[in-house]
Write a protein that binds this ligand. Sequence first.
Ligand code: ATP
Ligand code: MG
Length: 219
Amino acid sequence: MIKVNNITCKYKNGSFVQTIFEDISFEIKDGEFVIITGTSGSGKTTLLKILSGIKEPDNGRVYWDDINIYELSNSNLSNLRLKDSGFVYQDFMLIDELNVYDNLILSQRLLKIKDEKRVNDVIEMLSINHLLKKYPSVLSGGEKQRVAIARALINNPKILFCDEPTGSLDFKATLEIMELLSKLNKEYNITVILVTHEQDNLKYATRIIKYNNGVLECD
Ligand SMILES: Nc1ncnc2c1ncn2[C@@H]1O[C@H](COP(=O)(O)OP(=O)(O)OP(=O)(O)O)[C@@H](O)[C@H]1O
Ligand SMILES: [Mg+2]
């Protein structure tokens, strides 16, 4: 469960203060598929960063279960993020110099874990066996995102954060990736928190958090 209490975020540009949201509280239960939507520049990525432990809000608290995450030390927070969450980006963020298999196991290396069974399970879950020896540069966009999702799942996280995961994909690949995320949510009970501005994707949500005319509506 993620719980946010009274969070506020403002950016200061010189003497101009831009309010992204103010005094917002809501809860995301385990197993939800939450979509954050709104126009470009409304603050979707900012909210995702705050929920995922990347950016501390100006005010308020963010809890993962009972843990007030921004009270943790930097190293404890980054370990918690690596263990309990995965992050998927619009531009995949695969490492071009590493083949698919080595991209996959990167976060296990960072945590000094070796769990080959989990790696094999993820390879099977996402049907990427045939891609393991290839390098990212030869993969299609949809294949790259499938690998990036596999990498995000490698430590068996409870939560998957996705920032415009289909923003660089065509219609067919978008459908495939959204179906995949929906399956991971339903069959493996992974909480998905996904940013998109694409109307067609909203149908996958069990709940929508929306910026409406600059105001964040969260229920
Ligand atoms: N580090 C920063 N410093 C100052 N302003 C920022 C910073 N990061 C974001 N902003 C501003 O905050 C607003 C929200 O940015 P954010 O990236 O969260 O929007 P978004 O909804 O994800 O947009 P897009 O759909 O284009 O990705 C924008 O006006 C942006 O310029
Ligand atoms: Mg964004």
